[in-house]
Design a protein. Structure first.
Length: 267
């Protein structure tokens, strides 16, 4: 079947390395992009997605950032949902007790209180640079500007993440999406948005979810993969993601998305 739209997650999915899309993926996307919209869907900030768009030659397409909290077309904001400063202050107070630093993201701004191995990795892998500023100052500035966080990354130790996660769920889980990226990272996003909600906003009158093929690997991809016309998991995806997908392709490090395109979508 021919699909009007291809949506793909980046990290662990389309990217065959930690930071870059492969030459093979660029070649396969180039073969279909004139007839198929290519929309990148990620938890990343805009600057961490723009260079990939440019490499793929799809800079004219919208990007879905922060798992759907921010959708951009060029520099135009199509939708923006953020966590308000009042809630951020509550999270900040809880983190003070649990050895956790807040990475705060708004649009193309990224604030961290200090450098760390985790921060240096994100700089390297997303080709984006943070502003080093204490969290209290960032929240004061955002309060004055009437903005908030499209995403929060809590950088913890394993023990502090173990302790903090149930507290966050109990106090804020009703209003926020909370999930462990790994043993030491907790990601927080607005409850009302998802990759699927953002995709729905981009559909034109003659398009529906059945016109979409989507690729993913992680928990935040499940809703998207379950509801589009064809959901494809990479082989390195979590078991729960593979269980609900229509197809499983090769691992991301073996160019799973590009291989699927080459075998199934290129005329």
């Amino acid at each position: 079947m021919k699909y009007k739209i291809l949506c793909s997650d980046l990290d662990g999915t389309l990217l065959s390395s930690k930071s870059d899309v492969s030459k093979f993926a660029i070649e396969q996307i180039n073969k279909i992009k004139d007839d198929t919209k290519i929309i990148l869907v990620s938890a990343r900030m805009p600057s961490g997605m723009r260079y990939i768009q440019e490499d793929l030659g799809i800079a004219d397409q919208p990007i879905i950032c922060y798992n759907g909290a921010l959708v951009l077309l060029n520099n135009t904001v199509l939708t923006s949902v953020f966590i308000p400063v009042t809630t951020l202050k509550d999270i900040y107070e809880l983190c003070k007790e649990h050895q956790a630093d807040l990475g705060l993201y708004y649009n193309n701004e990224w604030y961290v209180p200090k450098t760390s191995i985790r921060v240096e990795k994100e700089i390297k892998y997303t080709k984006s640079n943070p502003i080093f500023q204490d969290t209290h100052s960032t929240l004061t500035d955002w309060d004055q500007r009437n903005v908030g966080a499209h995403k929060i990354m809590l950088m913890c130790t394993k023990n502090s993440a173990d302790d903090l996660m149930p507290v966050l769920k109990e106090k804020l889980g009703e209003h926020l999406n909370l999930y462990r990226s790994n043993d030491t990272l907790i990601e927080i996003a607005p409850k009302t948005v998802s990759k699927l909600s953002a995709i729905n906003l981009l559909l034109e009158a003659n398009e529906s979810l059945t016109d979409i093929i989507a690729f993913g690997d992680n928990y935040n991809d499940i809703e998207m993969l379950e509801n589009v016309g064809c959901g494809v998991a990479v082989a390195n995806a979590r078991a729960e993601v593979k269980a609900i997908s229509d197809y499983i392709t090769l691992e991301n490090t073996a160019d799973g998305v590009a291989n699927y395109i080459a075998k199934n979508l290129v005329n």
